[in-house]
Write a protein of this length. Structure first.
Ligand code: SF4
Length: 220
């Protein structure tokens, strides 16, 4: 095991104890519904998405019903989560493609998922990991920022970060790592002002080692 792999493993083990509830915070009952919720979550909070999806899924619960929907009806139901016109195009476009090319089943391959309109690696990896339970790293803004601060990557692009993380994080922890990063990014390692003094992984973090105040930081 390399030093970076040991560091990653220790960080994950501490964060699993800190955030035992780490899991996807979107509400869904099928791969299709997770895909839709993930598309809606762009520049919108998961909490707001979860307010919108019950009425959307009551009317259009499947890719089949969504493929036949009038896009205006979808837009009306998702308007409050922002970017609703492009999100409508992505949702209806994905529904049609899944019906026409995959017999109504959401694919379980990254290459196929990323062909769907509005679906990039982040959403594709979320579907693979959270629905299909296939190890996959979701690199969102929290994961990218914290992974750079910790020192597990120096890359800026999500695909490059994903590749670096694949080398240092055990496959079994890929799914959990994404969720842990989201919770840690919201609670402690925020974009504007990381709270290194209070952070349980400060001793293992490149940025934290230079910024923590040891007198105030509780023991991990
Ligand atoms: S020590 Fe600071 S920069 Fe590092 S993970 Fe914790 S809050 Fe973020």
């Amino acid at each position: 095991m390399t030093e970076k792999q040991k560091t990653a493993s220790n960080i994950i083990s501490i964060l699993k104890k800190t955030y035992p509830q780490a899991d996807c915070t979107l509400t869904y009952e099928s791969a299709w519904q997770l895909l839709v919720a993930a598309i809606l979550s762009a520049q919108c909070t998961d909490a707001r998405v979860n307010l919108i999806t019950p009425s959307l899924f009551a009317r259009f619960p499947t890719s089949e019903s969504t493929a036949k929907a009038d896009p205006e009806d979808i837009s009306d139901l998702i308007r409050s989560c922002g970017l609703y016109r492009s999100k409508t195009r992505s949702i209806v476009g994905s529904a049609k493609m899944i019906q026409e090319q995959y017999k109504g089943t959401v694919p379980d391959k990254l290459e196929a998922l990323t062909q769907l309109p509005g679906v990039g690696r982040k959403i594709a990896n979320l579907i693979l990991g959270d629905y299909h339970h296939i190890p996959a790293l979701v690199v969102d803004t929290h994961c990218a920022r914290i992974s750079r601060r910790i020192g597990l990557t120096r890359k800026e692009d999500p695909a490059g970060i994903e590749k670096d993380l694949e080398k240092v994080i055990a496959r079994d922890d890929w799914i959990a790592y994404g969720h842990l990063m989201v919770l840690h990014g919201r609670a402690c390692c925020t974009a504007r002002k990381p709270q290194c003094d209070l952070c349980p992984i400060a001793d293992l973090c490149r940025y934290g080692k230079n910024h923590q105040d040891v007198r105030e930081r509780p023991q991990a």
